[in-house]
Design a protein around this ligand. Structure first.
Ligand code: ZN
Length: 126
């Protein structure tokens, strides 16, 4: 199940392009800051990806966000079940994973908000 999810995540990531060398983004790491890495080993934050104003980047990040949301809610359910079954260690592990995803979601959301507020500011100047 985890391998499948990882494969789906990397498939989704393939829609992202490195702002520096324009090769595919292959993985991400960290939570705060959330860092993306391209096939040539450049690394950059989500704000750089959003800052490219690429429609594909935005769509891909939205797809990633919805995948993380699904995963976080599945982990939350798993944690509840583990607690009911008397496995607090397993529940704690699920909770930690869900917390990490929530932090990543938050990082992408706030980067979007920041970028959108810049756009609004620019149009107000016009
Ligand atoms: Zn690159």
């Amino acid at each position: 199940m985890y391998a499948e999810e990882a494969a789906r995540e990397s498939e989704t990531l393939a829609g992202l392009i490195c702002p520096q060398c324009h090769t595919q983004v292959s993985l991400f790491s960290g939570v705060s800051p959330l860092t993306f890495h391209c096939l040539r080993n450049h690394s950059f934050g989500v704000d750089r990806l959003i800052g490219t104003h690429s429609v594909a980047a935005r769509e891909t990040l939205c797809a990633l966000v919805s995948a993380w949301q699904q995963k976080a809610s599945a982990l939350g359910k798993g944690a509840d079940q583990a607690r009911r079954e008397g496995c607090p260690e397993v529940a704690a592990r699920f909770d930690r994973e869900a917390g990490k995803l929530e932090a990543r979601l938050q990082a992408v959301r706030s980067a979007f908000l920041l970028e959108d507020s810049k756009v609004i500011t620019l149009s107000e100047i016009d």
